[in-house]
Design a protein around this ligand. Structure first.
Ligand code: G3I
Length: 346
């Protein structure tokens, strides 16, 4: 995934050059006192968090939906075949319940962050199905009625629209996708179930493959309620038009749309140190507003909400993962609001 991001970031900087020269509209500085981001919008406004954030006032006052960035992933919640580790997941679920936040959990089935035992599991196709069912059912049943939505399958497609050759595809075959949704639905029939993936707004072949499969499964009665459009984007890429048309394609196909994993990079290619300028922050603010304003316009029945992928710039996954400086979130490393936040609350 890393190399794809890098290749594309270089390409889109070139393609998007004309956009760089337009002056963004200035946004004044603001504070978070007596203001709440989620109260400003009539759809859920979420944030990805780790357990320490349960004492962070910004999470409490500004967001009404939370997503655990890591603690529901298999390596954390199911570290050994016969052992589930509930402590951190329980803490996040209890926090959500006590503070009336929706919990959108992430993620049951993925190819990354797997425990070693799961990667090395040996058995027949039916053994693999039983193992996957046990994993999904145990977790979803524990939080039945407490977790409102699940990313059931994460990133099952490659960029060329073929299925990713992960352990699930190799050992179960392509039916692992519909089975995972069925197992989750059996465990909690009220929960909303999502397919979540990245680059859908600028990889038309991948987007079509995702939408074709999900539509087909839905027509066959598989319980899939929504699609998560991961939005690890930048101030200049993808184009506004591509972003909006992808939102439209997902909702026109009858799926709830989750703008999941939203962060907006101000430095999508350079590994050099650079000075963060007001202009970069204003452009970022403008892009956040563009996305929230357009999301606001979609039909209510399709709005699942927008989830920002992290609270403060100091904790974003991007610098660590790509080895570059960046400031993609709404709050700076000291949890002070940036123009991006102020533009959204305006
Ligand atoms: O928990 C260990 C800790 O024990 C250890 O001391 C520490 C040392 O680095 O690492 C900790 O694990 C880290 C984990 O996050 C929890 O903090 C991993 O190194 C780190 O690689 C991992 O990164 C996560 C990444 O997924 C893994 O691919 C990011 O926090 C998380 O934001 C990111 O989220 C993904 C979505 O799930 C799917 N879409 C892409 C998105 C960004 O990669």
């Amino acid at each position: 995934m890393k190399s794809l991001y890098l290749n594309y970031r270089f390409l889109y900087l070139l393609l998007s050059y004309p956009l760089i020269s337009c002056e963004p509209e200035p946004i004044e500085v603001c504070n978070t006192d007596q203001q709440s981001l989620y109260q400003r919008y009539d759809f859920p406004v979420g944030v990805a968090i780790e357990p320490p954030h349960t004492t962070e006032p910004i999470v409490q006052t500004q967001f009404n939906s939370i997503t655990p960035s890591n603690r529901f992933k298999p390596e954390f919640i199911h570290p050994q075949e016969k052992t589930f580790y509930w402590h951190h997941a329980d803490l996040l679920v209890d926090y959500a319940l006590a503070n009336e936040k929706r919990l959108h959990a992430h993620t049951l089935i993925w190819h990354e962050q797997l425990p070693i035992w799961m990667e090395n599991f040996q058995g027949s196709k039916s053994d693999w199905e039983a193992m996957m069912k046990h994993h999904i059912s145990t977790i979803v049943k524990r939080y039945k009625g407490k977790v409102q939505a699940w990313d059931v399958i994460n990133e099952a497609f490659l960029e060329d629209g073929t299925l990713r050759p992960n352990i699930w595809l190799k050992n179960i075959g392509s039916s692992y996708i519909e089975k995972a949704f069925q197992y989750a639905h059996e465990a909690d029939p009220e929960a909303l179930l999502f397919y979540n993936d990245f680059n859908l707004s600028f990889r038309p072949t991948k987007r079509k493959a995702v939408l074709d499969l999900m539509t087909n499964l839905k027509l066959r009665g598989v319980p899939i309620h929504g699609i998560g459009m991961q939005s690890h984007i930048s101030t200049i890429f993808p184009s506004d038009q591509d972003f909006i048309s992808t939102m439209e394609k997902i909702t026109q196909a009858g799926f709830k749309l989750h703008i999941s994993e939203l962060d907006i990079s101000v430095n999508s290619i350079s590994k050099e140190k650079f000075e963060l300028t007001d202009e970069m922050l204003q452009r970022q603010a403008q892009r956040y507003r563009f996305i929230f304003n357009n999301y606001q316009r979609i039909e209510k029945q399709y709005q699942h909400g927008i989830t920002i992928w992290g609270v403060s710039d100091g904790e974003s996954w991007i610098p660590n993962y790509f080895g570059r400086e960046d400031y993609p979130l709404l709050f700076d490393e000291f949890f002070n609001p940036k123009p991006a936040y102020c533009g959204l609350i305006k």
